[in-house]
Design a protein around this ligand. Structure first.
Ligand code: GRF
Length: 197
């Protein structure tokens, strides 16, 4: 069995899109894959309810309970491996997970750790991507699914979607347009990666 662990911090709409695709496309029989846990670093993440309603195991690991980034990441890996034993194939999917991961954690899951970022990377790494795209006068924006490396928002690009920036767009209207595309490309990219595990 291939295990998928999804890490979230908030609304979890990308996680929900992946859960829906896994059900609709029957990833269990098609790829021998199951979403075995959703882990949030925030207890109030709305996505936790969505995961619970879908019958997926949920966990909260609050980074504020740890003295260092290393200690948190070690506990996170242990929690992941409680749900997804290390001897099986595991894909760790960051879906709005608002934590920078340490090099040892990234190394441990190298090639099996992916993220979605709301910009057309390599443009606009980091935060406030939509406002920055508007401020720069960009005519197009989008989202990128990429392998996670130790450098923030770098790593091999696996999928991208492009949306137009329309006159009158605010960061919020642009974010909403980009998000609908995120929900399309992320499940597809995860499904493709599952076939290589
Ligand atoms: C998405 O825009 C994602 O690209 C970014 O954070 C947002 C998370 O949204 N990293 P959700 O939690 O998946 O609804």
């Amino acid at each position: 069995m291939k295990n998928i662990v999804i890490l979230i911090s908030g609304g979890g709409s990308n996680m929900a899109a992946i859960v829906r695709a896994a059900q609709r496309e029957d990833w269990a029989s098609r790829y021998g894959a199951r979403i075995c846990a959703v882990i949030s670093n925030r207890a109030d993440a709305k996505g936790l309810d969505i995961a619970r309603d879908a019958g997926i195991a949920t966990e909260v690991l609050d980074h504020k309970d740890f003295a260092s980034r290393d200690a948190f990441d070690e506990a996170l890996a242990a929690l992941i491996e409680r749900h997804a034993p290390a001897h099986q194939s595991t894909l760790v999917v960051l879906a709005g997970f608002m934590r920078i991961l340490t090099p040892p954690f990234v190394q441990r899951y190298a090639g099996r750790l992916v993220n979605i970022h709301p910009s057309l990377l390599p443009a606009f790494t980091g935060l406030h991507t939509h406002q920055r795209a508007l401020d720069a006068g960009c005519k197009f924006a989008g989202a990128t699914v990429h392998q996670v490396t130790a450098e923030l928002d770098h790593g091999q690009i696996l999928a991208q979607a492009v949306v137009p920036i329309l006159s009158g767009d605010s960061a919020d209207t642009l974010a909403a347009r980009v998000l609908t595309q995120e929900h399309q490309i992320y499940p597809r990219a995860v499904a493709q990666l599952l076939q290589t595990l």
